[in-house]
Write a protein that binds this ligand. Structure first.
Ligand code: PMP
Length: 395
């Protein structure tokens, strides 16, 4: 059997529409196939490769750690410098109040940890999240997810969860003194890139303060420079109680974190109740890669260029078939009439050498979230291919 046959025969499938792109190597913004195929990657493994594939400084950090040790002990017992240095670097990017980092393996696990922490700290039972939110695929993170179709097969899910509409100030009244936490993506990703206003976030912060509710921001997809600020919430001038991150954090390696105040996080160490135990959380190799990723984002001034690059995409992606473009920096959704119109365009673009896809809860829109290292020339090249793909499907 060849690789494609093995993929279909022995790997559990997650969708009826796997992209089935066979990759032998990746470098920068490009993926390379076994038969000389060369693709521009406009999705970055869903917001992961913000510093590009195999950034030399990430590889160097990984290699350096490989020479020292791999896994030593479950998270939180031994003193491992990659973890401590990463925690310090993360805190340096955040407001002073967010000074304590819990390292885990993924976005879903970070959400689970943040939810447990909020329950434990507040002693309250309920959560509020948003319609059309995506927070992960484990039972807790699925429970706060905002799409019924994805949840119905897995009931009963966690009790005490209700949903409000993202960005709608009047819905904030539903937050009350029984609410442990509001969990919200700063910018809704899988809903197809929705951006709330500064007024909304200020009203949300105020309502959480009034009701003694923790405000948890999911920055798994929008953090790590993707929107033109290190953290997306910096666009809106407020400070959350807990920040959750993963994806772009590892520069291609698996890692996640939830970050809070030392006093809040302190409840996890009150024995004998277990806090959150994780064997591989903050794996030293991933932590070293993550520290390098932060340094690259800050030193190579990638974040400063995000807005300009996003504007270039918007200026170039003009076509009667394109209905709208929603974005915050290089987290972009290009809207078409329907999935039926979009899907053949995506297939044609891949055929022509540009990889894009659609969103979990918004299948009429094309995902455009390239590595932040993409150059202006490469943006011209990618947009020309997308327009060519549209013309090919709808001559
Ligand atoms: N939150 C958001 C906003 C996400 O986009 C994702 C992943 N798409 C997650 C959480 C879950 O992350 P993971 O797949 O690493 O568990």
């Amino acid at each position: 059997m060849n690789n494609r046959q093995l993929f279909l025969q022995h790997l559990a499938q997650t969708t009826d529409f796997p992209l089935m792109i066979e990759v032998e190597k990746a470098e920068g913004i490009h993926l390379f196939g076994p038969n000389g195929e060369k693709y521009i990657d406009l999705i970055s493994g869903i917001g992961v490769s913000n510093v590009g594939h195999r950034h030399p400084k990430v590889l160097e950090a990984i290699q350096g750690q490989l020479d020292k040790y791999l896994h030593l002990m479950v998270y939180g017992e031994y003193v491992q410098s990659p973890q401590s240095l990463l925690a310090k670097a993360l805190c340096d990017t955040l407001p002073e109040k967010l000074d304590n980092v819990y390292l885990v393996n993924s976005g879903s696990e970070a959400i689970e940890g943040a939810m447990k922490l909020a329950k434990r700290y507040t002693g309250k039972p309920n959560f509020i999240s948003c319609v059309d939110a995506y927070h992960g695929s484990s039972h807790g993170s699925l429970s706060i997810g905002g799409n019924e179709i994805f949840k119905q097969a897995y009931r009963p899910l966690l009790p005490g969860i209700s949903h409000i509409r993202y960005g709608v100030v009047s819905d904030l009244e539903n937050i009350n003194s029984d609410t442990a936490a509001v969990i919200i993506e700063t910018i809704q990703g899988e809903a197809g890139i929705r951006v709330a206003t500064t007024e909304y976030f200020h009203a949300l912060r105020k309502r959480c303060d009034e009701t003694g509710t923790l405000l948890i921001l999911d920055e798994v997809q929008c953090g790590f420079g993707r929107t033109g600020k290190f953290w997306a919430f910096e666009h809106f001038e407020f400070v959350p109680d807990i920040v959750v991150c993963a994806k772009g954090m590892g520069g291609g390696m698996p890692i996640g974190a939830f970050i809070a105040n030392k006093e809040v996080m302190g409840v996890f160490k009150n024995n004998p109740i277990l806090g959150h135990i994780t064997t591989f959380g903050g794996h030293p190799v991933s932590s070293a890669a993550s520290l390098a990723t932060i340094q690259i984002l800050l030193e190579e001034k990638l974040i400063e260029e995000v807005e300009e690059k996003a504007d270039l995409f918007k200026a170039l992606l003009v076509h009667p078939k394109i209905k709208a473009i929603r974005n915050q920096g290089l987290l972009m959704a290009v809207e078409f009439e329907s999935f039926e119109v979009l899907k053949p365009i995506i297939d044609a673009a891949i055929e022509l050498g540009v990889i894009t896809d659609w969103f979990l809860f918004c299948d009429d829109s094309m995902r455009v979230a390239p590595p932040l290292t993409i150059t202006k020339e490469q943006i011209h090249e990618a947009c020309a291919v997308i327009l060519q793909a549209i013309e090919k499907v709808f001559p």
